[in-house]
Write a protein that binds this ligand. Structure first.
Ligand code: NAD
Length: 497
């Protein structure tokens, strides 16, 4: 058995398809060659999940609860090993990957309990002799397709609720970060065979999952372009779909943040929201709208803090920002920033390789003067760049914040109650963070407005995303109804009364 084996029907099997080269983005060395799943292996994984569904879907919720808590316990036990693997294959600082494992375990614990808490609701029947129920049932087999930036968390946001609802899953990690996902197998081997299946591969395996008739629901996180392909593949066979896609999150700083201490907090919060995981977060803050009264001080505080950030080996304690995940991903950021500079923008700090000898480093950058129509202020950047724009009023800030095709998250810094409530109501985004950027809550649904997504993960909504709804109408009196044929005997309709 190899660490690179797939997990199909409870067995570790070597992938039979073409190999995926996994690069360490800090050293740029190839650290593994992971074989992809063949079409037959995907079929086998789907068949195993279908077979396991018949038992898992009727396993008492209390038993499923215990098994999901056990996954959480094992994740905590394996935290260091999993976090190291994620750092080696993705370049995210170890400290952030340790957090990621904590969040994964917490998510399993949350859904372990939520999954046994309710199976629907009782509704008032039409007659007193009747019972009426709304029953929540599992959908069947869920295909989970995820990106590389939070390889385990984004997978577990799907797997934990899907399993808690009684579904079985076939999971595909990104071709860039397959190692940590395959390493999960050890945290899952107490589950019945076939309940969780892990297959590797690039886009063609993702496409095959979306098109597979044996998969009832596809839960996808990734770019808007790929999400649209998944959506249309699912639409053609009317499979259920849950899509979490890109963003261009705004970050508004209100004039009441003028005090030095408040401004420092809003600048540090902004830098963290923009540069966390080298800006490769779907909810990265990518557009800063700052009231004119505090603009100059905010920009200088932000720049000074950015200059203090430590770039380097993501495995080292004290590294704030690691490399970007790959050369092409870095190049996209370079191109977007260069285009903005060509249109008149200025880079106040960062933007080069940060003096690093190896690795796909892009030094966290603060940019001002970018014209509103540049891609830097309209399209997802997915890199450590904070463009800051002065605004005259909260009206202008909200209008600009809402002025893109995205609507994933939005951040606001203000101590003013009226401004906070206006932002809460008027920002068109799936999550609005006021004075605490980017904090997730297992109980709080996560997802996007507009092209940022369809459906929600986390919270009760995240469980319902993997449930079908059945209305059960039960009559306890077995009797002929007066409104059946013949209508000649049915009074009210005949007379129109
Ligand atoms: P991507 O769309 O290129 O790939 C995502 C996954 O889809 C990968 O596993 C990939 O192999 C697979 N895939 C590729 N082509 C496919 C196809 N035709 N059919 C089905 N699957 C296919 O995205 P990425 O570069 O891995 O990740 C970055 C993107 O993910 C960014 O746009 C980011 O905003 C988004 N993202 C969104 C969220 C969220 O929760 N909304 C979270 C993290 C990342």
């Amino acid at each position: 058995m190899s660490d690179h084996d797939l997990l199909i029907g409870g067995e570790r099997v070597a992938g039979g398809g073409s190999p995926l080269a996994v690069e360490n983005p800090f050293t740029t060395e190839t650290i593994a060659e992971v074989p992809s799943a063949t079409a037959e292996q995907l079929d086998a994984a789907v068949a195993a999940a279908r077979e396991a569904f018949s038992g898992w879907s009727v396993t008492p919720a209390g038993e499923r609860c215990e098994m999901l808590h056990e996954v959480a316990r094992r994740l905590r036990e394996e935290q260091e090993a999993l976090a190291r693997t994620m750092t080696l294959e993705g370049g995210k600082p170890l400290v952030e990957n340790r957090d990621e494992i904590d969040w994964c375990a917490a998510c399993f614990d949350y859904y372990a309990e939520i999954g046994r808490d309710s199976a629907g609701r009782v509704i008032p029947p039409i007659e007193s002799s009747q019972v009426a129920l709304v029953v929540k049932e599992p959908m069947g087999v869920v295909g989970c397709i995820v990106p590389w930036n939070y390889p385990l968390l984004l997978l577990i946001w799907k797997v934990a609720p899907a399993l808690a609802a009684g579904n079985t899953v076939v999971c595909k990690p990104s071709e860039i970060t397959p190692l940590s996902t395959l390493q999960l197998a050890g945290c899952l081997d107490h589950l019945p065979a076939g309940v969780v299946n892990l297959v590797t591969g690039a886009g063609e395996v993702g496409a095959a999952i979306s098109e597979h008739d044996g998969i009832d629901c596809v839960a996808f996180t990734g770019s808007v372009a790929t999400g649209k392909r998944v959506a249309s593949a699912c639409a053609s066979r009317l499979a259920r779909v849950n899509l979490e896609m890109g963003g261009k999150d705004p970050f508004i700083v209100c004039a009441d943040m003028a005090g030095a201490e408040s401004l420092e907090i809003a600048a540090r919060g902004g830098a963290w929201a923009a540069f966390l995981n080298a800006g490769q977060v779907c909810t990265s803050s990518e557009r800063f709208y700052v009231m004119e009264d505090v603009y100059d001080d905010y920009v200088s505080t932000f720049v000074a803090h950015t200059e203090s950030l430590v770039l380097g080996d993501p495995l080292e304690v004290g590294t704030d920002v690691g490399p970007m995940v790959s050369a092409p991903q870095r190049q996209k950021v370079v191109d977007q920033v260069e285009a903005a500079v060509g249109a008149g923008a200025e880079i106040l700090v960062g933007g080069g390789d940060g003096g690093q000898a190896t690795g796909h480093f892009f030094a966290p950058a603060v940019v001002t003067g970018a014209p509103a129509e540049t891609d830097l202020l309209r399209e997802e950047t997915f890199g450590p760049v904070a463009p800051i724009v002065p605004v005259k009023s909260l009206d202008e800030a909200i209008a600009l914040a809402n002025g893109t095709k995205f609507g994933l998250g939005a951040n606001v810094y203000t101590g003013d109650l009226k401004s906070a409530v206006r932002c809460m109501r008027e920002l068109r985004a799936g999550t609005v963070w006021i004075n605490d950027p980017l904090t997730d809550n297992d109980a709080g649904p996560f997802g996007g407005f507009k092209q940022s997504g369809i459906g929600r993960e986390l919270g009760r909504e995240g469980l319902e995303a993997f449930q079908e709804t059945k209305h059960v109408h039960m009559e306890t009196e077995i009797e002929r109804k007066e409104w059946w044929y013949p209508y000649s005997e049915y009074g009210p309709t005949q007379t129109g009364e």
